[in-house]
Design a protein around this ligand. Structure first.
Ligand code: ADP
Ligand code: MG
Length: 504
């Protein structure tokens, strides 16, 4: 992660490879066709590495959202093609989608890097293959979704069983940090259960969702099963949340918008699942392998420029190991150099937008005002694109804003602690509870703390790993509902109970 780089910011190509950078520019994907927004309004998506416009994107209004929801409703209710498809064939379709993602992986990785500013190393090694793997994983599920036969004591003889049925039309609203991967986490299990989808990608990063829409045509997904409406949150996203034809909203994004979505969904009592932010503690005990812990701590906070909801952004270090840990951390962080995201050697890309960069930089100022010191970084790099130095704040205490608020950028807050009790107490002292990591060689201590930390995921002697088979989601303000694994099958299905009286 921290190897020296050869690509420099001066080398960033302003010109994009135009042939592949424009999947259906300016169109929505509704009912299996690429169509203009009824208003014909468009907006632009930009390359964060240069600030240059990539392509126009259609801005869906409530009337376009309505058309997409109707297409999804029709595809859902008209059972012949989709709902009554055999589990075997549905599984094959999901598998086909994974194959198509793999077959177009290079192009998808390039689109993702252009749109997000993340290194091509990451999009080609992680984002795209992991999205393909997610479809592979869920391709195995349609044939295994099953209800139960239940014992009952209601009196008399009865056969009681449950059926698992799709929820219906799912509105899925996703963020800009891992666009295709977030699409896969939501679309794959929803499709495996037989739902239909209206997907709303983030306005900053719509390109891979549009390219994926083309792939659904190639795979032979029936028209209307998967639709894409592009546009801004308060207009396009909110219209999807309010639309009475939508049965469920799945959202990944900020806490504030999560609350907004719950309010918006309340009027029609939609099912809601939310994956929100985090301020995940990474707790380093003095008895850990400190070299490895420091190396992983860097990945935990600087991967994807720190634009990760699971970022290990509060690094708690036990005093006895502090100096050793920090010397490794400092040396390695200093070697991380931002570069052209399209260069294969680059390991640190650009932040999503100028506005976001300024927000992240402002936290450095806030941290200093609160009494923290900048151990490494703390500044923008250059003036072209939205690059920032990997930043480590030292002398942070847990009640400071830089320890309590999600920064969503390459800024680590390092907090010293004295003993286990203090470490666990302070780690839990947060509105968030998405993930936590802890490093120790003491297995008893590790498991004991895993039980006490309030977080949806606890990593012991590792950080930031996820797997399609493993549930993922948050405690407290980090949201509710678990994605991935069997949990996501439950998120996207209703349970129906059937009673058969055997006495008559
Ligand atoms: P971030 O602050 O990281 O950009 P957001 O929570 O604002 O994250 O955005 C995540 C997703 O939610 C994006 O697709 C965005 O367009 C959408 N969104 C933002 N505001 C709303 C809203 N009021 N209603 C529905 N969706 C929204
Ligand atoms: Mg963009």
């Amino acid at each position: 992660m921290a190897e020296t780089l050869t690509a420099s910011l001066e080398e960033i190509s302003v010109e994009l490879k135009p042939a592949k950078a424009n999947p259906k520019p300016g169109k929505l994907f509704i009912g299996g066709e690429f169509v203009d927004a009824l208003s014909e309004k468009t907006f632009e998506t930009r390359n964060p590495a240069t600030g240059a416009v990539i392509t126009p994107i259609a801005e869906a209004g409530p009337e376009d959202v309505e058309l997409a929801v109707r297409a999804a409703r029709k595809a859902f209710e008209d059972g012949s093609e989709w709902r009554n498809m055999s589990p075997r064939d549905r599984g094959r379709l999901l598998w086909k989608l994974s194959e198509l993602i793999r077959a177009n992986a290079e192009e998808l990785a390039e689109l993702e890097t252009l749109d997000t500013g993340k290194p091509i190393f990451e999009s080609s090694r992680f984002d795209i293959p992991l999205a393909a793997e997610c479809f592979e994983y869920y391709a195995g599920w349609p044939t295994k979704i099953a209800g139960e036969t239940l014992a009952n004591s209601a009196g008399g003889e009865a056969l009681v069983y449950t059926l698992k049925e799709p929820v219906g039309v799912c509105g899925q609203i996703i963020p800009w940090n891992f666009p295709l991967q977030m699409l896969a986490w939501k679309a794959a299990p929803a499709l495996a259960c037989g739902n239909t989808i209206v997907m709303k990608p983030a306005e900053q990063t719509p390109l891979t969702a549009l390219r994926f829409a083309e792939l659904t045509l190639e795979a032979g997904l029936p028209a209307g099963v998967f639709n894409v409406v592009t546009g801004f949150g308060p207009k396009t996203g909110a219209a999807l949340v309010a639309n009475p034809g939508v049965d469920k909203i799945a959202f990944t994004g900020s806490v504030e918008v999560g609350k907004e979505i719950m309010r918006g969904a309340a009027g029609t009592l939609k099912r809601v699942s939310l994956e929100l932010g985090g301020k995940s503690p990474n707790i380093i005990f003095a008895d850990a392998d400190l070299e490895t812990a420091a190396k992983f701590a860097l990945g935990g906070i600087f991967f994807n420029q720190g634009e990760m909801c699971t970022a290990g952004s509060r690094i708690f270090v036990e005093e006895a190991g502090y100096d050793q840990f920090m010397s490794v951390m400092r040396a390695r962080a200093q070697k991380m150099v931002a570069g052209d995201p399209l260069h294969p050697k680059t390991r640190l890309g650009a932040l999503i937008s100028e506005e976001h960069l300024n927000r992240v930089l402002n936290y450095v100022t806030v941290g200093k005002e609160e009494g923290a010191s900048v151990a490494i970084g703390g500044a923008r790099i250059g003036t072209k694109g939205y690059f920032m130095k990997p930043t480590v704040l030292e002398g942070v205490t847990n009640e400071m804003r830089v320890a309590q608020e999600e920064i969503f950028g390459p800024v680590a807050s390092v907090i010293k602690f004295m003993d286990m009790e203090e470490g666990v107490r302070e780690a839990n002292n947060s509105q968030f509870g998405l993930a936590a990591a802890l490093w120790t060689r003491d297995i008893k201590k590790a498991h004991a703390i895993a039980r006490r930390v309030k977080a949806g995921t606890v990593w012991i002697n590792t950080i930031s790993t996820t797997d399609n088979a493993v549930p993922f989601g948050g405690y407290k303000s980090s949201g509710f509902g678990r994605e991935l694994g069997k949990s996501a099958i439950d998120l996207y299905s209703e349970t129906k109970t059937v009673w058969v009286d055997l006495n008559q």
